[in-house]
Design a protein around this ligand. Structure first.
Ligand code: 3PG
Ligand code: MG
Length: 396
C-alpha cells in the first residue's frame, strides 16, 4: 500500500527509533503463555537493528490505573529477548531519567523495552506534554501495533504526529491483508460472522452487508436472526429484544444485493456442556426444551458452497460453541474447507478477532489462511468501517 510510509522509506542507521509494538500477551504466574504477538513483531525489530538503528520498544500491558507492578512489562522483556535471540534492555519507566539513561546507553543495533506506557495517565489521554516526553527519546517513530491502532493514545497516535512516522512490517502486512479483504477485494466476497451476540456486532453487520456479496451468520447471534424471522429456537441463547435490529439488517442486505445465509439446521442439546448428548434438527423444528449449540451438517454444506462461490473470505467469530466439543464441528469443517480453497489458490482468506484466532488454531488451519490478524478490537472496528486513529496518523 503506497498510502503509508513503511520501513522502505526510513533511514534508521544510527537513529533512535521508537517502535510501538503490541506486547499485551496472555500471561500466567509471570510467564508468557502465548507468544504470537511477540513473534509477529520480531521482523520489524530485527530489520531496524540489522540496519544499525537503536530500537526503543514502546508498549502497553493490561489496563492499569497508574503504576502497578502486576502490569509490568519486565517479564515480557525477557520473553522478547528469548524469541529475538539477543539481549533486550529494560527501563522501568517510559519517560524521564530512567528512560533517557537507558536510551543514552544504547549502541547501534541494540534493543530496549520501556515500561508500560499506561502507567502514565497521559498515555490514554493522548496528552500533548506526555507525547513530547516520549518524542524526546527518539528520532523517528515506527508503529507495528495494528492491534492497538483503534486507540487514540499518545504512543499509538500522538507520537506519529510528533515524529517522522512509518508503518512497521507487521502493520504493513496487516494493512495489505485488510485492504485485499474488504477495500479492494477480488469479488465475490463472502463474510462469515459468528460469536454469541448481535448486540456487540450491529455496526459490523451493517457495514458488511453494504460491502460483501454474501454474509454467513452463525454462532449464538444466528439464533437471534432465526427467532426474528418467526421461528422457534427453544432454549437457545438469543437476544430476542434485538429482533427488529436483525430484521433491519436483513432488509439492508436485501437492498444492497447481499445474500444472507442463515443456518438451515442446528445441533441441539439439553445443556451447554462438553460432550452433551446431542441431535441435529431442521431449523424449523428446534425442540422447545433444547438449545442450538452448533450449525448442522446441511448448514455447513451451504457455507462451504458459499465459500466455493467466493474469491475472498472475511471471517470473524465461530459458528458454534467451539470451546465445548463436539459443538466445534461446524466451525472446524468450514475453517478447513476455507483453508483448502486458499491452498488451491482459489480464495483469499482473512480472519481476525480473539475467539476466531483460537477457533482457527483449534482447527489447525491458521497457517493456511492468507492472513490471520491477532487484533481483537482493532479488527472489529476495521470491519465496522471505522477509521483507526493509529493507522490514520501513518498516512503519507
Ligand atoms: C488488545 O489486547 O486487544 C490490544 O492490545 C488493545 O488493548 P486494549 O483493549 O486494552 O486497548
Ligand atoms: Mg482488548
Amino acid at each position: 500500500m503506497t498510502a503509508f510510509r513503511t520501513l522502505d522509506q526510513a533511514d534508521v542507521k544510527g537513529k533512535r527509533v521508537l517502535v510501538r509494538v503490541d506486547l499485551n500477551v496472555p500471561k500466567e504466574n509471570g510467564r508468557v503463555t502465548d507468544a504470537t504477538r511477540i513473534e509477529r513483531v520480531l521482523p520489524t525489530i530485527r530489520e531496524i537493528a540489522d540496519k544499525g538503528g537503536r530500537v526503543i520498544l514502546l508498549a502497553h500491558f493490561g489496563r492499569p490505573k497508574g503504576r502497578d507492578p502486576k502490569e509490568s512489562l519486565k517479564p515480557v522483556a525477557e520473553a522478547v529477548s528469548q524469541h529475538l535471540g539477543k539481549p533486550v534492555a529494560f527501563a522501568d519507566d517510559c519517560i524521564g531519567e530512567a528512560a533517557a539513561g537507558a536510551v543514552a546507553a544504547l549502541k547501534d543495533g541494540d534493543v530496549l523495552l520501556l515500561e508500560n506506557t499506561r502507567f502514565h495517565a497521559g498515555e490514554e489521554k493522548n496528552d500533548a506534554g506526555f507525547v513530547q516526553e516520549l518524542a524526546k527519546l527518539g528520532d523517528i517513530y515506527v508503529n507495528d501495533a495494528f492491534s492497538a491502532a483503534h486507540r487514540a493514545h499518545a504512543s499509538t497516535e500522538g507520537l506519529a504526529r510528533a515524529l517522522p512516522a512509518y508503518a512497521g512490517r507487521t502493520m504493513q502486512a496487516e494493512l495489505d491483508a485488510l485492504t485485499k479483504g474488504l477495500e479492494t477485494p477480488k469479488r465475490p466476497v463472502v463474510a462469515i460472522v459468528g460469536g454469541a451476540k448481535v448486540s456487540t456486532k450491529i455496526d459490523l453487520l451493517e457495514n458488511l452487508v453494504a460491502k460483501v456479496d454474501a454474509l454467513v451468520i452463525g454462532g449464538g447471534m444466528a439464533n437471534t436472526f432465526v427467532h426474528a424471522t418467526g421461528l422457534n429456537i427453544g432454549k437457545s441463547l438469543a437476544e430476542k429484544d434485538l429482533a427488529a435490529t436483525a430484521m433491519r439488517i436483513i432488509e439492508k442486505a436485501r437492498a444492497s444485493n447481499c445474500a444472507i445465509i442463515l443456518p438451515v439446521d442446528g445441533v441441539c442439546a439439553y445443556e451447554f456442556k462438553a460432550g452433551a448428548h446431542n441431535q441435529t434438527y431442521g431449523i424449523d423444528a428446534i425442540p422447545e426444551d433444547q438449545m442450538i449449540l452448533d450449525v448442522g451438517s446441511q448448514s455447513v454444506e451451504r457455507i462451504c458452497a458459499a465459500i466455493n462461490d467466493a474469491a475472498t473470505l472475511v471471517w470473524n467469530g465461530p459458528l458454534g460453541a467451539f470451546e465445548i466439543p463436539p459443538f466445534d464441528q461446524g466451525t472446524v469443517a468450514a475453517a478447513r474447507h476455507a483453508a483448502r480453497r486458499t491452498k488451491e489458490g482459489k480464495l483469499v482468506s482473512v480472519a481476525g478477532g480473539g475467539d476466531t484466532v483460537a477457533a482457527l488454531n483449534h482447527a489447525g488451519v491458521t497457517e493456511s489462511f492468507s492472513y490471520v490478524s491477532t487484533a481483537g478490537g482493532a479488527f472489529l472496528e476495521w470491519l465496522e468501517g471505522k477509521a483507526l486513529p493509529g493507522v490514520e496518523a501513518l498516512r503519507a
